[in-house]
Design a protein around this ligand. Sequence first.
Ligand code: SAH
Length: 238
Amino acid sequence: MNRYPILLTTICVIFYCQSCGQEKQSTGKIDYPKLREQMVQQQLIARGIQDTTVLAVMRKVPRHLFVPEKYRAEAYNDYPLPIGEGQTISQPYIVALMTESLKLKPQEKVLEIGTGSGYQAAVLAEITKNVYTIEILPSLATTAAKRLTELGYTSVKVKCGDGYQGWKEYAPFDAIIVTCAPEDIPKALVDQLKDGGRMVIPVGEIPNQMLYLVEKRKGTVVRKGIIPVLFVPMVHGK
Ligand code: SAH
């Protein structure tokens, strides 16, 4: 049960040493665009992410501005990072893989459950103006909304609430992306998906979690496993 934290700590130390030493400019500043490009090459393209829009977006969004200051130098490394309140921002590869699997087109309407830092919402906002995101923890929702506005992602609508209910007011959605793991696919989310819509969602408890692509076709729901993952649980609202 305790293997993950130990492994994660070890990986953090290794990557921290690698990244910080190398990419400091002569001014002592960290070269974030360079780290971002390395992340795209070494973590995304090398592992099979091919969608040119997704790669362009991952090259553009300043991930380091979505993590606490003390983790900025590590923002482009190959692992998740803490964002406060015991929550984490997913590793870059998982963000890219989920976004690619959504096959989101410009103008489509997408709902995210689990705003967290707002990074995934910003990635989506680079593809479509119609991004809706729900976060259950008020402090994270407030910080993410402020951050998204400050960084120019003004079209993203952030709500503090329970993602199990979806967002009826704006349903149906062309796509839904869930970044916390429920035990089962929430019915309200399937109901709020358009016919022909796609949902990417991690399901199950650690260590038996699986990322699924769920497609709704003429009322039937087809789900396909993508890869095993480790997401924080999707909690029930009180
Ligand atoms: N997508 C985020 C990372 C999400 S971490 C990013 O890019 O930074 C998962 C988030 O899901 C956490 O912030 C957690 O508080 C939130 N969460 C958990 N259960 C939830 C629920 N029922 N409804 C909405 N958000 C939930």
